[in-house]
Design a binder for this molecule. Structure first.
Ligand code: PGA
Length: 252
């Protein structure tokens, strides 16, 4: 089964109104968007409507970096899936390791966010991955399984097969130390096997699994050549239009 690769730029807490507009203009002209791959950017919350407008009628999708489980309510500083959808978002990143680490977001809470994304017809990109200590102690597989078990507990198997997974080893994020294509492939394969058990062969074959963690122009080709790597979640290199365009234009 062929899966359409999805290349997503996570701008984190970078850019302001004017530098974001500039990046949007560079992306509009620099990015090759043939129908064989999807491209998206996730700007900071305050910039979403601006970026969405600036990228209108391009093939670049816009998404949020975070979402609250509730549709509305007294949750100062938060944003709902419905609100993201109302400004043109079509996907949302859930469970990034920076959210887990700095804001104490646990897997059950993240499961509720997945349901919120479905409620508003957003594609959730669910991030998971092990720390360096967990990898070195041989705990990687157990950690990945536990993260999936907890977050997917309240989803039906058809819902589970509609999420997009992003494997992001914590030790590779922002460190310049990317996983080798073989190391990443091993974990991606394990994740697909997990979904095979949960939602059957078809669901597992449909599932897109992105890799994230120091993806750059010079390592993307090797990563994307792996059979179970269906795209990339790019942090630092997505802030530079030429680098991001080269990553989108990966060659296998
Ligand atoms: P990085 O970030 O590409 O800067 O390592 C990836 C991410 O956090 O999604």
């Amino acid at each position: 089964m062929s899966r359409i690769p999805f290349i997503v730029g996570n701008w984190k807490m970078y850019k302001n109104a004017s530098s974001a507009m500039e990046l949007c203009d560079q992306l509009r002209t620099g990015i090759r968007t043939a129908g064989d791959r999807e491209v998206g950017v996730a700007p900071p919350l305050a910039l979403l409507p601006l970026v969405q407008q600036r990228l209108e009628n391009s093939r670049i999708r816009v998404g949020g970096q975070n979402v609250h489980p509730q549709a509305e309510g007294a949750f100062t500083g938060e944003v709902s899936a419905e609100m993201l959808a109302s400004v043109g978002c079509s996907f949302v990143i859930i469970g990034h390791s920076e959210r887990r680490q700095h804001f104490n977001e646990g897997d059950s809470f993240l499961g509720a966010k997945l349901l919120a994304a479905f409620r508003a017809q957003l594609d959730p990109i669910f991030c998971l991955g092990e720390t360096l200590q967990e990898r070195e102690s041989g705990a990687t597989e157990g950690v990945i399984r536990r993260q999936l078990d907890k977050a997917l507990a309240s989803l039906t198997p058809p819902q589970a097969s509609r999420i997009i997974v992003a494997y992001e080893p914590v030790w590779a994020i922002g460190t310049g130390r990317t996983a080798t294509p073989e190391t990443a492939q091993q974990v991606h394969h394990l994740i697909r096997e997990y979904f095979r058990g949960l939602c059957g062969i078809e669901g597992a074959n449909r599932l897109r699994i992105l890799y994230g963690g120091s993806v750059k122009p010079d390592n993307v080709d090797g990563l994307m050549a792996q059979p179970d790597i269906d795209g990339t979640l790019v942090g630092g290199a997505s802030l530079n239009a030429a680098d991001f365009a080269r990553i989108v234009d990966y060659r296998t």
